[in-house]
Design a protein around this ligand. Structure first.
Ligand SMILES: O=C(O)c1cc(C(=O)O)c2c(n1)C(=O)C(=O)c1cc(C(=O)O)[nH]c1-2
Length: 569
């Protein structure tokens, strides 16, 4: 029988296993375990470590899953490993053996697998989805999400809801079209496909389905055909409203003047729906139920993919929270995705002065990169400094919510960029940006900034500064702890009320993975993968130079609090 729908639904409270990404479908990354607490966390010790081995040590972003004595992790270059959770020994591994010519934009990473019944399912950089027998690693079924030669790839953890496995796609830098696909989890048959760019037709049970919105209302000419909006971080399922929630990436190309977004015209807003948005989807049909666009008229690569966490606020309202690339932390209504409030979560936002009462940004027009056609040679538009930089006030690394404090713990970065636009035309499989950029730190002593944020008021309760940009997931526990890692290799536990460092461990490489915790035989365990990589070393420019001393790696660390040390001082 294996992993059931009931287990997926109750993952947050079934603390002896971890069967969902996000440690529960609400994506709170909050564990009710308090065996490890503020007093005894200093006694946490390594239980075992596992090396992913070989030369393929890069960007390890996985969140481990645990079921029936087995830990499942994915590794760089589309590999999946099953480990004995007691010893860390490898049981089996699957290597997707990627073809030449894959086009991932932002390193050869993977963020994790999904469990369903007796299968473990993951997506690969050549835009395939593979279902394996969870006990043996044998392939049960395999399917193609899209054409890797056109720039499609896949990096997210798939999502399982009932008898469907649901995936997004990557490739926004190549003018692909963002879609969400639902397959039958038993055999991989496509049930529906939902493009998220206006104008494209969807599919339902093999038939063409309704169009996503009104053709051309927000895009000029036929720019929508290669309009981007990659759904590259995957999504989540809100069972309380029976809604799939997916974020969509930047519209393509980056040069906003080619999409009417620079200067909207009569009858064409240049908002470029549904890029840079969050969308609610009906899991039965793939129809869009609601959308909220975080960055209309996008022009800075502010993908709208960041995770949407479901929670209940202090007044008892059902809310979503999401911390966007654009530097604003948004609160939405879970019933209909409607805008409730927005606050800055980084210090120096310069592209917009605020978000108005309708949830629309108040643009600072002079901080939009200029139109190259207005320049003397037509080749380079005006250079502007915008903050945050294109890698975002926060990128993909997930924040956590604490049911104990009611606060969010947001891994953010304080940086800006010089950015300019250039002419570009679409060519299959070629980068489709029409922009150039240089990321710049906003402060001498830190870029990374973990903030405890009260979602009701937007107040920052405390801030932990880190020299390098933060790129790891965050986890909170009922023991009053906030776990996360740094590119410098430290795995840290902070006090959730003060931000004080209570424990740290040097893992040997930069941490860009996502921690989990579970319990077994009355003891609490914590795991995280270490292995520097992802977008920062590739695209960070000046910042990449600053962190070029950091070593690659690939080690899964598991820590434990031995019973005899739980009460010791
Ligand atoms: O538009 C896209 O399709 C797309 C995909 C990905 C990805 O799949 O990793 C990233 C981005 N964009 C992106 O903009 C970005 O900053 C980024 C960072 C990372 C990473 O893993 O460190 N991936 C991606």
């Amino acid at each position: 029988q294996g992993v059931t729908e009931e287990m997926l639904a109750n993952d947050q409270t079934m603390t002896h296993q971890v069967v969902t990404n996000g440690m529960g479908r609400h994506l709170q990354r909050y564990s009710p375990l308090d065996i490890v607490n503020k007093d005894n966390v200093k006694n946490l010790v390594p239980a075992w470590a596992f090396s992913l081995g070989g030369e393929k040590q890069r960007g390890q972003e996985t969140q481990p899953l645990i079921y029936d004595g087995i830990m499942y992790i994915t590794g760089s270059y589309s590999r999946l490993y099953a480990l004995d959770v007691n010893t860390g020994r490898e049981l089996w591994q699957y290597d997707a053996r990627l073809p030449e010519g894959i086009l991932p934009c932002c390193d050869v990473i993977n963020r994790g697998a999904a469990l369903a019944g007796d299968k473990v399912i993951f997506g690969t950089l050549d835009a395939r989805i593979v279902a394996l027998d969870a006990k043996t690693g044998d392939v049960v079924w395999r399917d193609q999400i899209d054409d890797y030669k056109a720039g499609y790839s896949y990096t997210a953890a798939p999502l399982v809801v009932g008898d469907l496995v649901i995936t997004g796609n990557s490739g926004g830098e190549f003018g692909i079209v963002g879609t969400v696909q639902a397959r039958n989890v038993d055999n991989g048959d496509l049930v529906w496909e939902r493009p998220v760019i206006e104008g494209h037709m969807g599919m339902l049970n093999g038939e063409e389905s309704t169009m996503t919105g009104t053709l051309n209302a927000t895009w000029p000419g036929d720019m929508w055909k290669t309009g981007g909006g990659a759904t590259w971080l995957g999504g989540s399922y809100d069972a309380d409203t029976d809604t799939l929630v997916f974020g969509t990436g930047n519209p393509a190309p980056w040069n906003s003047h080619l999409r009417n977004a620079g200067a909207p015209t009569e009858g064409n807003t240049g908002d470029n729906l549904y890029a840079a948005s969050r969308i609610g989807i009906d899991p039965a049909t793939g129809e869009i139920k609601w959308h909220y666009q975080t960055t209309p008229r996008e022009g800075w690569d502010y993908d709208g993919v960041n995770e949407v966490v479901s929670y209940t606020d202090r007044a008892g309202n059902m809310r979503y929270a999401t911390a966007d690339r654009n530097g604003f932390f948004y609160v939405l209504n879970r019933e209909d995705g409607a805008f409730v409030d927005a606050y800055p979560f980084v210090k120096d936002i310069s592209w917009a002065s605020d978000i108005d009462d309708n949830g629309r940004p108040i643009f600072v027009e002079e901080n939009r990169p200029g139109d190259p056609t207005a320049s003397t040679d037509g080749k380079k538009g005006d250079v502007v400094f915008s903050s945050p930089g294109f890698l975002g006030g926060k990128n993909w690394m997930p924040m956590a919510f604490s049911q104990r404090t009611g606060n969010f713990y947001v891994p953010s970065n304080e940086w800006g960029m010089d950015i300019w636009n250039e002419p570009i035309t679409y060519k299959k499989g070629a980068a489709y940006l029409g922009s150039g950029f240089t990321i710049k730190p906003n402060y001498e002593d830190h870029i990374g900034s973990l903030k405890a944020i009260d979602p009701d008021t937007g107040e920052w309760k405390w801030e932990y500064k880190n020299e390098a940009p933060l790129w790891s997931g965050v986890m909170t526990t009922a023991g009053g702890l906030v776990f996360f890692g740094t590119p410098e290799g430290e795995f840290l536990a902070l006090d959730d009320e003060t931000g004080e460092v209570l424990w740290s461990f040097q893992t040997g490489s930069g941490i860009v993975g996502q921690p989990i915790t579970w319990d077994q035989d009355g003891e609490q365990y914590v795991s995280v993968i270490s292995g520097w990589g992802g977008a920062v070393p590739l695209w960070g420019g000046e910042v990449a130079k600053k962190v070029s001393y950091l070593n690659q790696g690939g080690l899964l660390w598991t820590f434990r609090l031995p019973k005899e040390l739980a009460s010791a001082n």
